[in-house]
Design a protein around this ligand. Sequence first.
Ligand SMILES: Cc1ncc(COP(=O)(O)O)c(C=O)c1O
Length: 452
Amino acid sequence: MMPDPAAAGSHVFYRKLTRQYRRIVRAEGCYLLDDTGRRYFDACGGAFTVSLGHGVAEIAGAIGDQARTLAYVNGTAFTHGAVEELAAELARVSPGDLELVYPLGSGSEAVEAALKLARQYWVEVGRGAKHTVVALAPSYHGNTLLALSASARPHYSALFGEWLVEVVRAPAPYAYRCECGGTPPYCPACSGDAVEAAIVRAGPDTVAAVIAEPVGGSSTGAAVPQPEYWRRVREICDRYDVLLVADEVLTGAGRTGTWSALEPYGIVPDIMTLGKGIAGGYVPLSAVVTSRRVAEPLARGSGALAHAQTFSHHPVLCAAGVATLRYLRERRLVERCAEMGRVLHRRLAELRDLPLVGDVRGRGLLAGIEFVADTETREPLPRSARFAEHFTDAALEEGLVVWPNVGHADGRNGDLVMLAPPFIVTEDQLDEMLDLWTRALRRAADRVGATK
Ligand SMILES: Cc1ncc(COP(=O)(O)O)c(C=O)c1O
């Protein structure tokens, strides 16, 4: 039942209109504190954003200093120190020839701009027929209409089908639910052949870009492709003259234990999107990162990326990004994420024997735990059981915040939860987190009357 907002005294149009929200008043490190004094372990960094931990004075200070010095100028008229520094910092850590940075606010905005850049590139080099986007399924790239078109998450797009553009699909390398189970000989989804088939199906002369998450986000529960996958996709994109857009909004900025999740595969995309963790959750900051090779045809041609937003290149957002990148570097937090990630995944492996746990996977401090009705057949729980939702509620009752996802098994069924604690998490805190997690599982399993 919808609470009466007037009776509740609130005018907030809440994200969930039937939920009674707990009110968070403060946060520090890995913990949130509500107005009753209850503490919660933020095991998913809010939405994979809080990588440095809550309450870092250096980031708050940098934001305040920038706001006092120069809060806003428009990117069409001026440049400024914060954007120059952010671009230089990101160029330093980005792979290969990726060195030009276009800052925006949200991940969805970065995906919109990245896909527009890919399209515009082909127009500027005289190949205007190249407009089609190839994207994986399941996948998530954001909620604005082009980003939503690229996303394969049916329940988000159900109302808006008429407004979305057609995107050609290839199955994602999601080993737990594919034909080969992630072991050789690989099925087309896991080998990358499915990406080639999608390009050929669309007609290579019409394909502008392949967009994909290098390691899955919540739509595949942190599925990690086999080691050769990305080299093969890079080779396919080169063969058919297609730009490769790596959507690192969730996986970038160190989350998987390397700056970008593509890094271990040794390939360089043409365009990369970043978001979430690049300002540690302190402000909404995202970025499109590309090479001079991709940007030069625009410079020689129309002279600008055909994408305009009031708050792109924003001084305060950029200053938060610069402070975050320095904080990560000076404290070696990406290396720490890799190290604590190894500890996390060792301990997560022990959860495999618990009731309803079908699979645990991920890399660095990013993990997905998929629940199933039958661990042998991998049959998902029926959607009517709402297990992911029950688990998330049970976790909150235990004092743990996790990120749920549903629908990945077949478009409707499928329950998983994601863990993505801040990089400052200690081994003892990982134990505490997994202890709370196990208690939440017991509670949720009792609630739906489920056993292994
Ligand atoms: C891979 C990926 N791309 C894009 C987005 C959209 O980012 P935002 O929610 O900041 O618009 C997300 C958000 O979860 C994401 O995971």
